[in-house]
Design a protein around this ligand. Structure first.
Ligand SMILES: Cc1cc2nc3c(=O)[nH]c(=O)nc-3n(C[C@H](O)[C@H](O)[C@H](O)COP(=O)(O)O)c2cc1C
Length: 179
């Protein structure tokens, strides 16, 4: 079957969901779920994600040039979804969703405590498209809970990463399989 081209992106799924935390120049915290996210290089460690020019995430990164990518586990799916609501700029979605945060090691945006792994990033480059902007970040610190990173890789049965299919449809990665 042919899929409508506007739905083409839905065929690259399911994708891991992250909460991206940023701060504005006054230090006010913002958190937004994103799934258009990918590593682009391992050395230097670089990650990228796509967002709209309207997002508070984009405005905060323009102001303060830092962000943290927090891996979302299944157990916070409701809180994650609440963070996607369109709160006014300056509202801390983590507070609204009753999630907790702690200082990062190398950047001002905090890490989400309930997320078992996170990447602290500094803005490296921006690719400005007509509707969307792709933001590239240099990873300056990478952190994981001990049980979340086992034998040099994500422990999916412990983390249960939440994956995005579309709208309010999700999947969970829960079992590792070998070749
Ligand atoms: C599971 C999920 C994935 C999302 N992925 C993205 C994404 O990759 N890029 C994006 O701009 N918005 C994405 N959104 C929508 C944003 O989370 C939403 O527009 C949010 O209000 C932006 O927050 P902000 O204005 O605080 O940055 C996603 C929403 C959900 C629920």
């Amino acid at each position: 079957m042919q899929v409508d081209l506007r739905d083409a992106y839905l065929l690259i799924a399911p994708r891991p969901i992250v909460l991206i935390t940023t701060v504005d120049k006054q230090g006010r915290i913002n958190a937004a779920p994103m799934s258009w996210v990918t590593p682009v290089e391992s050395d230097p460690p670089t990650v990228a994600f796509s967002t709209s020019y309207e997002s508070d995430t984009y405005h905060n990164i323009c102001e303060t040039e830092e962000f943290v990518i927090n891996l979302v586990p299944e157990k916070i799916k409701k809180q994650m979804y609440l963070c996607s609501k369109n709160f006014p700029r300056g509202v801390n979605e983590l507070e609204k969703a009753k999630l907790s945060w702690e200082p990062s090691l190398k950047v001002k945006p905090p890490r989400v405590v309930e997320c078992p792994a996170n990447l602290e990033c500094k803005l490296d480059w921006k690719h400005e498209g007509p509707e969307y902007v792709v933001i590239g970040g240099r990873v300056v610190a990478a952190n994981a809970q001990r049980d979340a990173f086992k034998d040099g890789r994500i422990n999916v049965s412990f983390v249960r990463p939440l994956l995005h299919i579309s709208d309010k449809n999700f999947a969970v990665a829960e079992r590792e399989i070998g070749l």
